[in-house]
Design a protein around this ligand. Structure first.
Ligand code: PLP
Length: 372
């Protein structure tokens, strides 16, 4: 099966490792295992849990996720049972399984962009008829139902969105999620909501409502990578209605078997200590956002709608240069790595990870470059 190059991942594979300042990142400084086990400051807890995993047989484990983990994932929703959950190889595995389980050649899919490229390139590769709906800066990067209704029809099978959004950092307010659900119901469409940044709202409750809790055709994708700072676990999940989960598990036999007992175990530890991780991450996010906002205020050659969640911002730059060239030259000259907008179908923009380490000197170097 042919599929388009995954532009973001290709760019990051090529440029991220060599960066002196990596602002391409979407992760909040990943935790070490020691940090994770000590996150609640109890050495007896860490010892007891470590001894459990050291004595666990490295079998395939529970195929679709242990009961402990599924119960922990269930606790992140308000209206779900264990049969509504399956565990996957990251959110990337989750998204792929959903497309393979739901779509056939000729199905109509509407995808809200900018987003993670999987959401349109996998459906395209299956032979679906994919329509892109571009979010607008003047609408604070939020979907407009009037505009969406010109694209989504009763022929549409699946609507894909990402909330909070990568790259814009926009968080769809709960009232708008509810309106989107009403709209989806009217058109009888499935909604895939990639919620890997759920829990990272900067304003109000860190967790927005999940689509799976309020819509029977709502599919939520979650992950340990962003909210829990554990991308190395390679663990995600899908939460959806039982018949779809059964169909996904049928597909899943062919590419997952299980995620492994080690990843499953540490993911449970993380969710059980989510408040402490959240606190740590919120501090990093707030510091990053302060630095980023100060920079925006003082830098006339950029414009940006300030994110209210997630870990990234989409920045429009005032320099007559394509984004790939700008990022290549910037990195060659200064060591600062940014993600070119073109890799997200957003030419004229760059993505900045505002939780990155050494954000301030990197932004100063970017400013110097813009003014040259
Ligand atoms: C919106 C979105 N979905 C999915 C993924 C993949 O996440 P995971 O590490 O859980 O596979 C990413 C990673 O950046 C992402 O930003």
């Amino acid at each position: 099966m042919k599929i388009s190059p995954f532009k973001i991942e290709e760019w990051m594979n090529r440029y991220e490792a060599g960066a002196l300042y990596d602002l391409t990142t979407t992760c909040i400084k990943p935790l070490t295992l020691r940090e994770l086990m000590n996150i609640n400051n109890s050495s007896s807890y860490a010892e007891a849990e470590f001894s459990k995993i050291f004595d666990t047989s490295l079998s395939y484990g529970d195929i679709t996720g242990s009961e402990r983990l599924k119960n922990n994932i269930k606790s992140l929703y308000s209206n779900q049972e264990l049969v509504n959950i399956t565990v996957t190889h990251g959110a990337i595995g989750a998204n792929q399984l959903i497309f393979y389980s739901l779509l056939e050649k000729g199905d109509e899919v509407v995808c809200i962009v900018p987003t993670y490229q999987q959401h349109y390139s996998i459906p395209e590769s299956i032979g679906a008829d994919v329509k892109l709906y571009f979010l607008k800066e003047e609408n604070n990067w939020l979907p407009d139902i009037k505009e969406l209704s010109k694209i989504v029809t009763s022929k549409t099978k699946l609507l894909c969105l990402n909330n909070p959004n990568n790259p814009t950092g926009a968080v769809i307010p709960n009232w708008l999620i509810e309106e989107l659900v009403e709209f989806a119901k009217r058109n009888n469409v499935w909604v895939l909501s990639d919620e890997v940044y759920r829990g990272l709202n900067l304003i109000g409750n860190p967790y927005s409502i999940s689509i799976a809790d309020i819509y029977e055709k709502g599919i939520s994708v979650g992950s340990m990578s962003k909210t829990y700072s554990l991308p190395g676990l390679r663990l995600g999940w899908i939460c959806a209605r039982e018949d779809l989960i059964n169909e996904i598990n049928h597909q899943r036999q062919y590419n997952t078997i299980s995620v492994g007992v080690v990843d499953d175990f540490f993911a449970s530890i993380a969710i059980e200590n989510k408040t402490a991780i959240q606190e740590r991450n919120f501090n990093i996010m707030q510091l990053g956002m302060k630095t980023f906002s100060n920079w925006l205020t003082n830098e006339p050659l950029v414009e940006c709608v300030i994110p209210n969640g997630g870990t990234t911002a989409l920045v429009k730059y005032k320099k007559d240069m394509p984004s790939r060239e700008l990022c290549r030259r910037l990195q060659n000259r200064t060591g600062v790595a940014l993600l070119p907008g073109e890799t997200m179908e957003m030419e004229g923009y760059v993505r900045i990870g505002f939780c990155a380490i050494a954000l301030k000197p990197a932004l100063d170097l970017f400013s110097e470059f813009l003014h040259q």
